[in-house]
Design a protein around this ligand. Sequence first.
Ligand code: MN
Length: 225
Amino acid sequence: MSQFVVDPPVVVTVPVEGGGQFPVRRILCVGRNYAAHRREMGGDDRDPPFFFAKPADAIVPPGRDVAYPPRTENLHHEIELVVALKSGGKDVPVQKALDLVFGYAVGVDMTRRDLQAAARDKGQPWEAAKGFDASAPISAIKAWSGPAPQGRIAISVNGESRQDAVVADMIWNTAEIISEASKLWTLAPGDLIYTGTPEGVGPLVRGDRVAGEVEGVGALSFTVV
Ligand code: MN
């Protein structure tokens, strides 16, 4: 007989290329980790990147459509490299950080840009702008060891290029992101980190066909419904 007084949450999973499921513990995200995107968002060139979070159940596994969320008239795409952790720790030095990596995926940090602007103007938290239902579409995870991906990161909408950059342009590289996160939180297996988006973020509407890729990692595509 279960002790739970209501049904416990289901473990959210992301498929791994070649078989198996990666269980998602939580989702950390990096904001303003590409200089050109920081500028398009009106940021100061001296401001370092920072973290925010989404709930694990914001994940949309590959092959699913993405529902247009409520309470926004300006839903934006942000294509991102996603890091999946196989181990954790705190105060992880940069030189050891990549040892925590299980693999990488392609993700989209869906953003209710109008709610983000309103929150920013009032000094309020970003949860409603970033951590909503279905706000974290993701590809299958590719198991990986060695140097982190550095290549092309791109997204198109209805066949038209919107964002096209290289991961090597990140302000904090993958090892630095993991190390910085581990100074703020104890990392653990199952953590995902969305590593930030390059310039060219823009709106999505119902019916849009979205296709994203990170060179060497994979691709994802979905329709906004
Ligand atoms: Mn983002």
